[in-house]
Design a protein around this ligand. Structure first.
Ligand code: ZN
Length: 98
């Protein structure tokens, strides 16, 4: 009787394990399809993740390129956290070159 019970539990355990693995596999397939499916911009780029941050050369803070104040300096695109930082940066550069 005890052996039968253990056998039954073992079958249940295997079944739940198979279900768990199956869920993981289907979840992965769905994830991969969502990442590389048609109409998605960028190859396998995860959504809802902030993009590469840029360093504000004035205060050293990291800012998102979408939210930063952009400016060009000597052919380089710079990203500032605020207008104050941008103005300060160019003021310092002009003082340096003067
Ligand atoms: Zn700044």
């Amino acid at each position: 009787m005890v052996r039968v019970l253990i056998g039954f539990l073992a079958i249940l355990l295997v079944l739940s394990l198979v279900r768990f693995v199956w869920r993981m596999v289907t979840g992965w397939v769905r994830f991969l399809r969502a990442g590389t499916g048609p109409g998605v911009a960028g190859p396998s780029e995860p959504r809802m993740v902030p993009r590469e941050l840029r360093k504000d050369p004035q205060c050293g803070m990291y800012v998102s390129p979408e939210l930063s104040i952009r400016s060009r300096y000597r052919g380089e695109e710079l990203h500032f956290c605020s207008r104050e930082c941008k103005e300060k940066f160019f003021q310092v550069q002009s003082e340096k070159s003067a």
